[in-house]
Design a protein around this ligand. Structure first.
Ligand SMILES: Cc1cc2nc3c(=O)[nH]c(=O)nc-3n(C[C@H](O)[C@H](O)[C@H](O)COP(=O)(O)O)c2cc1C
Length: 323
């Protein structure tokens, strides 16, 4: 599986046209800008007639070369095209008003750079928005001396290495919510938003995510109360999103994950099959000041498999939610 941003096949012809046009226009500007910088006689004469001084030739030459190169890079192409269109608008005006010559060439370049700017801007934004996947890693314990933060940061680092993924940590210590005490359940259709500011912030963080990794301890054969409470405060924002689990405990936290799987199904989420269950030895290393990183590194294969599955579901569900 790859998480690399893709482009629709139907856009191939459009892309070839765009790259050909950008390449030709870029070469034109790099050539003209280079001639200005090199002090070609025709350019020196031209700028002498404009009357602003030869420094203006250097500035224009530099802009044309830089923006010409920028046209060839997808990230800067739009801005470079806009800049060059502005330069050509200025050049056209100078030809008409100061030089008294035909503005045919700058006008043609103004039109071409305008077309490139138009083609670049909407396409670029659309691809990014359609493909970025927001993943949240939830730290499931707020206890002093907790272990959960270490595997959470480890999984976060792995997520951040994937293309097209916007990954963040949601630490329940940053969301100190009261125990759920509302008259109306979160699943009630059309209910008013809850008034608690922390709950609102938590709900917004869930709404902004396409998938989740729950990093959970096992407390008395289940997840921690603080994690369950955080889950209970939200409903529609969890719906139709993917969930994966990292757990630990004397039985590797498996019983806690089992309960969470049932809970997230009730939240209309898709729990993925693969998970990471951290062996007791690594948990003990945490309490004894041992090498936790080494223990986590041994789980690399499981972690990558889980992330592959999670991202597949997160992308599929994001697409389905948008349809
Ligand atoms: C209230 C409580 C209940 C626990 N119950 C279990 C349990 O049922 N099974 C288990 O494997 N470990 C259990 N433990 C041990 C935890 O797995 C261990 O303390 C772990 O470090 C807790 O995660 P944390 O450090 O991220 O808070 C329990 C710990 C606490 C504090």
């Amino acid at each position: 599986m790859t998480t690399t941003l893709g482009r629709p096949a139907s856009g191939t012809g459009r892309l070839i046209t765009l790259w050909t046009l950008s390449g030709l226009v870029a070469l034109t500007f790099i050539g003209a800008g280079g001639a200005k910088l090199a002090g070609a006689a025709v350019m020196v004469d031209l700028f002498a007639k404009v009357g602003l001084g030869q420094w203006f030739r250097y500035v224009t030459g530099l802009l044309e070369v830089a923006a010409g190169i920028g046209l060839l890079m997808p990230r800067s192409a739009f801005y470079s095209a806009v800049l060059l269109a502005l330069v050509m608008a200025g050049a056209s005006t100078a030809h008409l008003t100061v030089l008294g010559t035909s503005p045919r060439r700058p006008v043609a370049l103004f039109v071409l750079t305008g077309i490139i700017a138009y083609l670049r801007k909407p396409k670029h934004r659309q691809i990014k928005d359609q493909n970025m996947i927001a993943m949240s890693v939830i730290v499931g314990s707020t206890r002093q001396g907790r272990f959960s933060e270490q595997p959470a940061r480890w999984i976060l680092q792995h997520l951040q290495k994937r293309d097209g993924i916007d990954a963040r940590l949601l630490d329940l210590r940053d969301f100190p919510m009261p125990f759920f005490d509302q008259a109306v359940s979160p699943a009630t259709p059309g209910r008013a938003p809850y008034e608690n500011a922390v709950v609102q912030r938590w709900t917004a963080a869930i709404a902004a995510s396409d998938g989740f990794v729950f990093v959970t301890p096992e407390y008395n054969y289940g997840p921690s109360a603080v994690l369950k409470n955080a889950i209970d405060w939200v409903y529609p924002e969890w719906n139709r999103k993917a969930a994966a689990f990292v757990s630990y405990g004397s039985a590797l936290g498996a019983r806690s994950v089992q309960q969470l799987r049932e809970t997230v199904i009730e939240l209309q989420m898709a729990p993925v099959r693969s998970s990471v269950h951290i062996p007791v030895a690594t948990l003990w290393a945490h309490f004894r000041g041992g090498d936790v990183d080494k223990g986590l590194a041994e789980l690399e294969t499981q972690a990558q498999k889980m992330i592959d599955d999670l991202l597949w579901w997160a992308m599929a569900l994001q697409t389905a939610r948008k349809a």
